[in-house]
Ligand binder design. Structure first.
Ligand code: NAD
Ligand code: ZN
Ligand code: ZN
Length: 352
């Protein structure tokens, strides 16, 4: 089967770190021998894309850059070494666009830790364009019965929070605090936590996000902008008041990273996922020791985590809210995100 592929396409391009993205026509890339070319239909907009635009992290992006790493679409071409992905298959561009597959991390399925990764929408062009390439080994396999529009946010947000919840070690029946629960990762985390038999306590700001968190299944909503004592409120939301067994830190500010050790249950686990600029962790050594607190990081997920996260979605267990706008409106989405005004996720449609 062969598909007609244009030589030019629409894309959102960052030409200078810290400036607005520009909607313009650029050439359609060609896949290398071990790569596929995906006609991206929809792409989620992750806060990581905004960090990339702003140059928030101690790692440079390529410039000019096409951002985006939640791209869902249809395979339209493949290199001569690719056999297990067919033209016409649904596939997804994830944050990890490629890795060496031969280092000791890749060999032990810790490919996000590969020292020479290719990162979609950061070190290589991503999914804010109509046609994007990725290593065939790494593209997400999307079942044909899934809607490309609603599965897009699973490819980073869903995968990342699913992995973070697994890393927390929390078991069915236990409580998990989700910090930043009203955002893109947070709304997914509430749904995955529920599907995994956990009781999610949502923490974020404002009534709109509170209503959404409760609708998604949070047992309690703590509004960090109005609460008089956040630590007391989170503890009070757990049986016996000992605090949640796990904390998933998804917020884009440093303060909650300093606070989590004050309310996590003794022997509980704090999982850092959000990546606020120039942020540091701080916890009392006395509390960490005498309450036996675990503090760790979690970074996207491997290919098997991806397949599992997609399977939860395929079974209808994950229905997090999203709004669709044209790819041409990406800058407006970034502006809303900067102001913290997005409840759930935005997905861009690459056709307009
Ligand atoms: P988002 O903007 O959609 O959501 C962030 C939420 O945090 C917002 O709802 C905001 O109101 C809330 N928030 C801000 N300050 C808070 C506070 N003090 N207490 C509670 N909530 C607070 O962003 P997103 O797309 O969900 O991404 C979240 C973070 O996760 C980003 O830093 C992103 O780069 C990072 N991320 C990490 C990984 C990983 O693998 N570790 C993967 C994807 C994204
Ligand atoms: Zn992301
Ligand atoms: Zn490697």
């Amino acid at each position: 089967m062969s598909v007609e592929i244009p030589s030019e396409q629409w894309a959102q391009v960052l030409e200078k770190t810290g400036s607005n993205v520009i909607y313009k026509k650029i050439p359609v890339p060609k896949p290398g021998p071990d790569e596929v070319l995906i006609n991206i239909k929809y792409s989620g907009v992750c806060h990581t894309d905004l960090h990339a635009v702003k140059g928030d992290w101690p790692l440079d992006t390529k410039i000019p850059l096409v951002g985006g790493h939640e791209g869902a679409g249809v395979v339209v071409a493949r290199g001569e070494l690719v056999h297990d992905v067919q033209i016409g298959d649904y596939a997804g561009i994830k944050w990890l666009n490629g890795s060496c597959m031969s280092c000791s991390f890749c060999r032990t399925s810790n490919e996000p830790l590969c020292p020479t990764p290719e990162l979609s929408g950061y070190t290589v062009d991503g999914s804010f364009q109509q046609y994007a390439v990725a290593k065939a080994a790494h593209v997400a396999r999307i079942p044909k019965e899934c809607s490309l529009e609603s599965i897009a946010p699973i490819l980073c947000a869903g995968l990342t929070v699913y992995k973070g919840l697994k890393e927390s070690g929390a078991r069915p029946g236990e409580f998990v605090a989700i910090v930043g629960a009203g955002g893109g990762l947070g709304s997914m985390a509430i749904q995955y936590a529920r599907a995994m038999g956990l009781h999610p306590i949502a923490i974020d700001g404002g009534a709109e996000k509170g209503d959404m968190c409760k609708q998604l299944g949070a047992t309690t909503y703590v509004d960090f902008t109005t609460t008089k004592n956040l630590v007391a409120d989170v503890k009070a939301a757990t049986p016996e008041g000992y605090g949640p067994h796990a904390v998933l830190l998804l917020a884009v500010s440093e303060r909650p990273f300093q606070q989590a050790s004050e309310y996590v249950r003794p022997h509980g686990t704090i999982v850092c996922v959000g990546l606020p600029a120039n942020a540091f962790l701080k916890a009392s050594v006395f509390d960490t020791v005498t309450r036996m607190i675990n503090i760790k990081g979690s970074y996207v997920g491997n290919r098997q985590d991806t397949a599992e996260a997609i399977e939860f979605f395929r079974r209808g267990l994950i229905k997090a809210p999203y709004k669709v706008v044209g790819l041409s409106k990406l800058q407006e989405v970034f502006d809303l995100m900067e102001e913290g005004k997005i409840a759930g996720r935005y997905v861009v449609d690459t056709s307009y």
